[in-house]
Design a protein around this ligand. Sequence first.
Ligand code: GDP
Length: 448
Amino acid sequence: FMRYNELKYILDSRMKMTVVLGAQWGDEGKGKVVDLLAMDADIVCRCQGGNNAGHTVVVDSVEYDFHLLPSGVLNKKAVSFIGNGVVIHLPGLFDEAKKNLEKGKGRVNASADAIHKRHVICFLWPLVFNFHQAVDGLQEQQREQQEGKNLGTTKKGIGPAYSSKAARNGLRICDLVSDFKVFEEKFRMLATHFQMMYRNLNVDIEAELQQLKIYAEKLRPLVTDGVYFMHKALTGPSKRILVEGANAALLDIDFGTYPFVTSSNCTVGGVCTGLGVPPSHVGRVYGVVKAYTTRVGVGAFPTEQDNETGDLLQSRGREFGVTTGRRRRCGWLDLILVRYAHMVNGFSAIALTKLDILDTLPEIKVGVAYEVDGHPLPSFPANMDVLTRVTVEYKTLPGWQCSTEAARSFDELPSQAQNYIRFIEDFLQVPVKWVGVGKSRESMIKLF
Ligand code: GDP
């Protein structure tokens, strides 16, 4: 029986989830890849992060932005499942649903009523409260005063909420939808705890409790045992399940460029711990790689181009944050970094986005090796002290200097662009499955 079970997992690809993960520092265009795959998914899941991440998806010229809801909600047939690994700020969730619903005029299945059938919430959700968000801001202020630098968090309370979870005094959705009196007591204790730690913190406990009580009523019917839900989905009648990663490999709390990272695991392990599923159900893992590199906020960035090239990438690529509006730093594609992300995630294939942004460049550089103090480094040093000191060896490839926006197949791309793609595949030893040449759904070229 045991042997049979093992064999079953290998053979039965129906039981595997498809995962989409960011392979750089975020903002790779995961939203668009997820949207593409979600078109025929039965369940779309989020497994980590909070509303600090933002995905932009353009459908029929309407631009949606998602922070907590899976971008897959644009598929009206799919059920969206938000797993236990995600931290949730309830006012944020309701605002987002409302905003996108108005934009989509019925296309987004996130209305308070429609939410019933198509949205499933894991009862282990850790909650983000308003005071977590306020504390996020105060912590950034403190870091600024003490060290003259901040982490550049989005001040959405994600870090403090994950801290509460790890400190084991956090509250979860199952607490909220159970006996409200007990919840209220715990909430007051937690708020007081933060007030004692931060003297400048103003918490309107009564107002927040009132609001939470309303949310509790609205959400109660959607809250379910997430582990059981996913188990049934994976072992029952065949379902196509898509998992949408937020943030990205280099922002992972363990493997990223610590401390300038987010507070969750945005690499493949987070899929299992954030949904409550065994690793044997993880199927294809797609890495989303932007054709160049960007980074938000401070921290080492070896291939950064603080010059005209960087400005060009920034303006052509419209590199501004969805959540914060911050200008993103830009530089050449760093393949040492992407290879590191591949080591951790084991990508089955890559979606290469925003190739069209490179259209005007006469030549294009790609980071292929790092050296520190004259010695080559075998891998990407996630340790910041080393990373700040590396020098990058580049491979220079010819540009194509014409528009790729109208291309709809690999053959229609200029030969230099084809070479660029093949070079990336050869270096990483991972096939490129899609190439993005524009914002719309149609401008995603499928290679195989
Ligand atoms: P995410 O968080 O990884 O989903 O990335 P963002 O939403 O922050 O950034 C993606 C941005 O790039 C969005 O505005 C997309 O519409 C846009 N985008 C995605 N793929 C492409 C592409 O291939 N070409 C161009 N020009 N824009 C793209």
